[in-house]
Ligand binder design. Structure first.
Ligand code: SF4
Length: 361
C-alpha cells in the first residue's frame, strides 16, 4: 500500500535544502571539502555508526592516512588499529582494497560518476551517490536507513523497506524528487539535508514533526501513522553462541592470534578462542602448557548483527613451560603494546579489566 500520489513532490527537494542551510548539521570534519577520498572515508565510517563516535576515528585515520596513495601503500595490519573498536571490520578491509584498486587500476584517480563509484569494493548504490553528490554535485539519489524512514513516512510507503519491491519503490520515489527539482538544486545541501532530517528530526522513536520542514505534506503526520512507518522488519530470533577465550600471560606478554582477513573480526588480533573450556584445556595440554591453574573470569557478551556471542574468559599466568615460540599467526604481545594493537572491542574490554593502567581505554 502506498500513498505516494497524495504527498506533494513539487518543492520537496528545495524545502529540504532550505531547511538544511538553516537547521542542518554544519562544521563536521568531513564537510566543506570536495576531496572524494575524505568524503568516501566519512561515508564508510558513518555506515551503522553515529556521528559522535565517528569524529575521533575519522581525524585519527586521516592524520595517519591523509590521502588515497598513503592508504594504498600501507599494509592491512597498519590500517586495522585505526578501525579497532569501530566495528563492522569488513568496511576497513574493503576501504584498503578499494584504495589499492583505484591506485593500481585507475592510476590513483577516484571515479567521478556514482555508477562507476558503485563498482568499487564495499561501496553500495547509496554511498556511491552520496560521494558523487558531495564531491562532484551529481544528481544521484541516496537511500540509506535514515532516508528510508523519511520517505516511507512522508509518502506513506508501507511494507518492509528491505524487501526488493519496496526498496525499488523508494528508489523510484527518490529519483522522482530529483526529476521534479530545479536544475540549480544544491546537491550537497539536499543530500546532507535528507541525512540530517532522518538523523535529527524524523527519528525512529519520537519524530519531531513540529520542527520538520516536510510536516505540511507528510502522510504519516497527517494520518498519525508515524509509529506504523517504516513497517517493522519480520523478527528473527537472534542466534546465541558460546566460546572460551584464553588470556595466556607470560613475562609481561599476552599471547594473541591474528584473525583471517575475512569473517568476524577479520585482520584483528584476538585471544586464542575455543568452543568451550574443555577444548581450551585440551589445546593447552597438547602445547605442553598445564591448564590446571587457569582462573575463570567474569563472563561477557558481545552482540553482532546476526548473533550474540557469550564469552567465557580464562586467565593463565606464567604457566607456559617457557616463552614458547608462537605458532604462525600468533604473537606474544607486550602488555605495554596492547593499546596500539588492533583488538576487537570485547577483547579490549577484557584486557582493560586486567591491565587498567596501560592506556587500553
Ligand atoms: S513530519 Fe514527522 S514523520 Fe513526517 S517526515 Fe517530518 S518528522 Fe518525519
Amino acid at each position: 500500500m502506498s500513498s505516494t500520489d497524495a504527498a506533494p513532490a513539487a518543492g520537496f527537494a528545495e524545502t529540504v535544502v532550505r531547511w538544511q542551510r538553516a537547521s542542518g548539521r554544519h562544521g563536521l570534519p568531513w564537510q566543506g571539502t570536495r576531496d572524494p577520498y575524505r568524503i568516501w572515508l566519512s561515508e564508510i565510517m558513518l555506515q551503522q555508526t553515529q556521528v559522535a563516535t565517528v569524529v575521533d576515528y575519522y581525524l585519527r585515520f586521516l592524520a595517519r592516512f591523509p590521502d588515497l596513495r598513503t592508504l594504498a601503500a600501507a599494509s592491512q595490519d597498519e590500517v586495522m588499529p585505526y578501525w579497532a573498536g569501530l566495528g563492522y571490520y569488513a568496511r576497513a578491509r574493503n576501504l584498503h582494497r578499494c584504495a589499492r584498486e583505484i591506485c593500481e587500476r585507475l592510476g590513483g584517480a577516484f571515479p567521478r560518476r556514482a555508477e562507476d563509484i558503485a563498482q568499487l569494493p564495499g561501496i553500495g548504490r547509496s554511498t556511491a551517490a552520496a560521494i558523487a553528490a558531495f564531491a562532484y554535485g551529481e544528481r544521484a539519489p541516496i537511500m540509506d536507513g535514515n532516508v528510508k524512514r523519511v520517505f516511507t513516512r512522508y509518502f506513506g510507503i508501507y511494507g518492509n523497506p528491505a524487501a526488493r519491491a519496496v526498496e525499488l519503490q523508494l528508489w523510484d520515489t527518490a529519483q522522482a524528487m530529483l526529476d521534479a527539482a530545479d536544475a540549480s538544486l544544491d546537491m550537497g545541501a539536499y543530500t546532507q539535508g535528507l541525512m540530517d532530517l532522518g538523523a535529527g528530526c524524523c527519528t525512529r522513536g519520537k519524530p519531531a514533526c513540529t520542527l520538520c520542514p516536510l510536516a505540511g505534506g507528510c502522510y504519516a503526520r497527517i494520518n498519525a501513522k508515524q509509529h506504523e512507518l517504516p513497517a517493522p522488519k519480520p523478527r528473527k530470533q537472534a542466534e546465541e553462541r558460546q566460546c572460551a577465550m584464553l588470556i595466556l600471560e607470560q613475562d609481561g606478554c599476552v599471547l594473541l592470534e591474528q584473525r583471517p582477513s575475512s569473517g568476524i573480526w577479520g585482520g584483528l588480533w584476538c585471544l586464542p578462542q575455543y568452543d568451550d573450556a574443555q577444548a581450551m584445556r585440551a589445546a593447552c595440554r597438547s602445547q605442553g602448557t598445564d591448564p590446571g591453574p587457569a582462573q575463570r573470569m567474569a563472563a561477557l557478551s558481545h552482540t553482532f548483527t546476526h548473533f550474540k556471542l557469550h564469552i567465557e574468559p580464562w586467565l593463565l599466568r606464567g604457566a607456559a613451560p617457557r616463552l614458547r615460540q608462537p605458532a604462525p599467526g600468533q604473537a606474544w604481545t607486550p602488555v605495554a603494546a596492547l593499546a596500539d594493537t588492533a583488538l576487537p572491542a570485547p577483547v579490549r574490554k577484557l584486557l582493560c579489566g586486567l591491565y587498567p593502567t596501560d592506556g587500553l581505554l
